[in-house]
Ligand binder design. Structure first.
Ligand SMILES: [Zn+2]
Length: 157
């Protein structure tokens, strides 16, 4: 397969959504590190946003399904943990979509701040951590002290 196929593969990956936040694609998140082709085997290298998150299995499966639909039968998804993912890898469009979805964009590293997370509804930083586990294991639940709205903070995949 010619090298230029990588463009086609990348455009297929641009349609693969994140299972946790369906408005985001995996390319919005910047977790696709590399695409390698050896013969008819395609290897997709991804870096998970959070180690040990169950949704990563779902992402690998979604990648394989999307490529299979486009005629790539021999697909391998490899996770590379180093260098660690950071929000610098997220596209600006991705950060915006996340906020529009009502979820606070993660900090550079996935630490869970006790307070000071910006409320996606009113932009106040007068917020507090309610629970380290929000609507799913991958989100922490916060509440805004100003508008009183609870919101999710996206901490992993
Ligand atoms: Zn608020």
């Amino acid at each position: 397969m010619p090298e230029t196929d990588n463009h086609k593969i990348f455009s297929i990956l641009q349609e693969v959504c994140d299972p946790e936040v369906p408005v985001l694609t995996i390319t919005d998140l910047g977790i696709v590190r590399d695409i390698k082709q050896t013969g008819d085997e395609v290897e997709i290298i991804i870096t998970p946003t959070y180690t040990g998150c169950p949704a990563m299995d779902m992402i690998s499966m979604n990648i394989k399904m999307a490529l299979l639909e486009n005629g790539y039968k021999n697909v391998k998804v490899t996770s590379v943990l180093s260098p660690a993912w950071s929000t610098d890898w997220m596209s600006e469009a991705g950060k915006r979509k996340l906020k529009d979805y009502g979820i606070a964009a993660p900090d550079k590293k996935f630490i869970i701040p006790k307070d000071g997370v910006e409320c996606p509804l009113c932009n106040s930083t007068n917020t507090r951590l309610v629970s380290e586990f929000g609507s799913t294991a991958c989100k922490a639940l916060y509440q805004c002290n100003d508008c009183k709205e609870p919101f999710d903070y996206f901490k992993c995949h």
